[in-house]
Design a protein around this ligand. Structure first.
Ligand code: AKB
Length: 318
């Protein structure tokens, strides 16, 4: 039988693409998209959409009961850069929303939860290369603190209350359909938009800042894979390290130049540089590969090809 799914934060970068994918897998009627406002009209008009305030337990519960939801994907969050501007709001949104969903699962309103964590749980004391699953975790951003705390609660709810919660530590995600908002890795999306529209880009990170990254299709595949795996195969209930590729702004610029030779990049690091400097360069995700057979597909060259092709089409149409 198909799951009955609620996506909270469906208007965002990952939530929107997850909505399309899950609808294609399980049917439009079985996937309810929701967000705090109508910010993404493509999603709002694409199928069943509800206004849900992730910080309000009743608002989430009403929607869960209305559609007899059994699975929730909680994609609403304030990311790293915005979180530094609004620390208390980031804490409130990221933690309250998680508790509401975990408590709905504990009370048996829902059976299964997906909650994204991030490479932001790691800090400057973490080994930077091939960062292990279990290592020093001292995040320096509020966003990272909420994700680390959330991971602990996920594991706790699984152990104490048998909540089937599954989680991935996403790296920076690159996509063309919906823009990311408020993250440190956002440059890796902006750069493609500017390459297509202006043939130049001013980067807010230094040229040699290496970070773990992933194409959206791989991130969605990982999310669907972990959620459809047998319960017994999910050995980690805090959150899995997840990895595809790592690159610097200079690497992306070079890969764009292969298609747009007169593309120019300049560098003007801002406060996001400090955040990026505290994060790993690459991630060891062998546990995910072993436990539920995770494999990524997209290289930097594949990503650049796809991003430039899709954005060229998009800007031609608009
Ligand atoms: C961010 O940059 O804040 C996010 C993340 C790595 O979780 N994209």
């Amino acid at each position: 039988m198909n799951p009955k799914i609620l996506i909270i934060g469906a208007c965002g970068q990952i939530g929107s693409e997850l909505t399309y994918k899950l609808r294609s897998l399980y049917g439009d009627k079985n996937v309810i998209a929701s967000d705090i406002s109508y910010t993404n009209l493509d999603i709002v008009n694409s199928g069943i959409f509800e206004i849900v305030d992730a910080q309000d337990y009743e608002s989430v519960k009403v929607c869960v009961e209305k559609y007899r939801i059994d699975t929730v994907y909680l994609m609403a969050a304030m990311l790293s850069a915005t979180g530094e501007k609004y620390p208390m709001q980031a804490w409130d949104l990221n933690m309250n929303s998680l508790f509401h969903v975990l408590n709905l699962a504990k009370a048996k309103f829902i059976k299964k939860v997906f909650w994204p964590s991030s490479i932001a749980i790691f800090g400057s004391t973490t080994p930077k290369d091939n960062t292990p699953q279990y290592t020093i975790v001292e995040p320096s951003t509020v966003y990272g603190i909420t994700k680390q705390t959330g991971e602990r609660w996920c594991e706790y709810y699984h152990k104490k209350y048998a909540v089937d919660v599954r989680s991935l530590r996403y790296p920076g995600i690159i996509s063309w359909k919906t823009l990311p908002g408020g993250g440190t890795t956002d440059y890796a999306v902006d750069i493609y938009h500017k390459a297509v529209t202006e043939k130049k880009y001013e980067c807010f990170l230094k040229e040699d800042t290496e970070l773990p990254m992933m194409f959206m299709d791989d991130a969605i595949k990982a999310t669907v894979d972990i959620m459809s795996s047998d319960k017994a195969d999910i050995k980690i209930r805090s959150s899995y390290n997840l990895s595809a590729i790592s690159f610097t702004p200079k690497d992306v610029a070079q890969s764009i130049k292969a298609f747009i030779p007169d593309f120019e990049i300049t560098y003007k690091p801002d406060s996001r540089q400090e955040i990026a400097d505290s994060w790993p360069k690459s991630i060891d995700d062998s546990q995910a590969r072993q436990d539920w057979n995770w494999k990524h597909k997209f290289s930097l060259e594949d990503i650049t090809k796809e991003m430039l092709m899709q954005l060229n089409e998009k800007y031609k149409e608009s």
